[in-house]
Design a protein around this ligand. Structure first.
Ligand code: GLN
Length: 280
């Protein structure tokens, strides 16, 4: 079987299992199988695949047909300006989260050297993207998951920002190190009873630890706001990702902890997604 017919066959299998982007996914999985880019596949559609390659490819197709996200099959995801290494233990970076980066870059346009804390750093997609954009900024990332910190470290090396990054394994409650000019966070904020109603690929394959916001969806956000209030410098900025329906509750929590609300930003689907505030 050649490259082109395998891609088409794979795409058909995915389509039959109602995978929406079946052709694209099949192409990506072929690219992973033969370790060549899309251009190569387009230019060499008639190249024959050997037995081993076919086995690998159709194994990937089978996993995808059961809902496993392409990112977990290729172990990479592009976010902002870089490619991130992503394992099964890590929340897949979402394009919607890029609104956090946009805000940080806007707020720090005239700043040379600041200290940023990322609470729940995960893959590092937020913090490392910022460090890559701003070559004199320093970053600290904390996460409760050691596996996340290991992956974040790999990403930091890949993005060449490792020397400006400190990582700590810590619960948000227990972290008491330093004072920061800017804090960012994308904490888990999905209501526990809603987890099973998320899209199948998310519900079945992504880490609950990164999604589960407790009974009311706000239990981690509450902790993050409280801790940020202690760790942020006066007049420091706090950029927080929130659930589409959490704006009013989160505004109240922030005000209670002495933050002034600057703005609320929408994501690509026009849902409220990001709150920018200042510590008074
Ligand atoms: N935006 C993610 C989702 O909809 C949730 C991320 C989070 O809980 N921080 O799946």
């Amino acid at each position: 079987m050649n490259i082109n017919s395998a891609i088409n066959y794979g795409s058909k299998i995915l389509k039959n299992k109602s995978i929406p982007s079946s052709k694209l996914d099949s192409e990506i999985l072929m690219s992973k199988t033969i370790n060549k880019d899309r251009e190569y596949m387009l230019l060499n559609p008639n190249n024959t695949l050997n037995k081993n390659e076919l086995k690998i490819f159709f194994n990937l197709i089978e996993q995808r047909s059961m809902g496993k996200p392409v990112t977990y099959l290729t172990n990479k995801k592009f976010f902002w300006n870089s490619e991130f290494f992503i394992s099964n233990d890590i929340l897949i970076p979402r394009p919607d989260t890029e609104v956090v980066i946009e805000n940080v870059l806007r707020l720090t346009k005239n700043k040379n050297k600041i200290n940023i804390l990322d609470i729940g750093v995960g893959s590092g997609c937020i913090l490392l993207s910022i460090l890559k954009e701003k070559e004199y900024f320093n970053g600290t990332g904390i996460d409760i998951s050691k596996k996340c910190l290991d992956i974040c470290e790999i990403n930091a090396f890949n993005l060449k920002v490792r020397s400006r990054l400190k990582l700590y394994k810590s619960d948000v409650d227990k972290f008491n190190l330093g004072k920061y000019d800017l804090i960012v966070s994308n904490p888990p904020y999905i209501k526990r009873f809603k987890l099973k109603y998320l899209e199948r690929d998310v519900a079945k394959f992504e880490p609950k630890l990164a999604l589960d916001g407790g009974l009311d969806g706000l239990s981690e956000i509450r902790k993050v706001i409280k801790k940020s209030s202690d760790l942020i410098k006066k007049n420091g900025k706090f950029v927080l990702e929130i659930g589409y329906d959490q704006k009013n509750e989160v505004i109240n929590l922030l005000k209670k902890e002495g933050f002034y609300i600057n703005s609320i930003q929408k994501d690509l689907a026009k849902n409220d997604r990001c709150i920018v505030s200042t510590k008074l």
